[in-house]
Design a protein around this ligand. Structure first.
Ligand code: ATP
Ligand code: MG
Length: 218
């Protein structure tokens, strides 16, 4: 049955946004932990169309990023991959996505936006921060070496009224940047992401060239 179909109960929808260039076990573990900890009914992975903070020429095509996201999530019945952002023209802003989801689902569907702890502080600078705060609860996952207490303090003192749940995830320092770098250097990426994703990367020759042009901050 569709999310929100039974008006007598609450549904909890997780949204995992990212560039997913490529998706990896850090993303998947984070989403699974969030699902478990916050009792989410479904986690939708949304590859960004044209990510707000990344230059377009540095990002793999949206179709390829979506394909890898679909491959990596397909075995988990509580995971879904969405084309919503990649089909929108122009820059992706999370607030627009959340507004669209809010308009699409009945009010008994609660929205949870999942991010890595590194992204939580950036949220304060995102477009329409106040609107964001009213649309969703945030789930912030710790990344290795991250000062969670400090982040909570900064969010708190912003006065914007974000509802943030902090969750601990098994320490994973995997990043897409590192995976791209490894491929470019001919190193193994086995056990860093799903085998299906590794196969897709190899088959399509992703990340082999222009390595120096493609390094992003982790
Ligand atoms: P890049 O290295 O290209 O920046 P990334 O690995 O950070 O890629 P993104 O697509 O930028 O991946 O991240 C999507 C979301 O997943 C962000 O909220 C980010 O904080 C989170 N995330 C990324 N890697 C991890 C990880 N290893 N553990 C937990 N969260 C992660
Ligand atoms: Mg990142």
């Amino acid at each position: 049955p569709a999310l929100g179909a039974d008006p007598s109960r609450e549904y909890r929808l997780g949204i995992m946004g990212g560039t997913f260039d490529p998706i990896h076990y850090g993303h998947l573990v984070t989403a699974e932990e969030a699902r478990d900890a916050l009792d989410l009914d479904l986690v939708v992975f949304m590859p960004a169309g044209s990510p707000a903070f990344k230059a377009p020429e540095r990002v793999t095509s949206a179709e390829d990023r979506y394909a890898m996201t679909l491959l990596a999530t397909s075995a988990n019945p509580a995971f879904d991959a969405s084309r919503f952002e990649i089909e929108r023209a122009g820059t992706t802003y999370t607030v627009d996505t959340l507004r669209a989801l809010r308009a699409h689902y009945p009010s008994n569907v609660k929205l949870f936006f999942i991010t890595g702890a590194d992204a939580i502080l950036e949220i304060l600078s995102w477009r329409d921060a106040h609107a964001l705060a009213s649309l969703t609860t945030f789930i912030a996952a710790t990344r290795p070496g991250y000062d969670m207490a400090r982040a909570a303090e900064v969010v708190q003192s912003s006065g914007i009224g974000f509802d943030v749940r902090y969750i601990e995830i098994p320490a994973l320092s995997i990043s897409s940047t590192d995976i791209r770098r490894r491929v470019a250097e001919g190193k193994s990426i086995r056990y860093l992401t799903a085998t299906s994703v590794i196969g897709f990367i190899k088959k399509n020759g992703l990340y082999r060239q222009d390595f120096s042009e493609r390094v992003d901050e982790v």
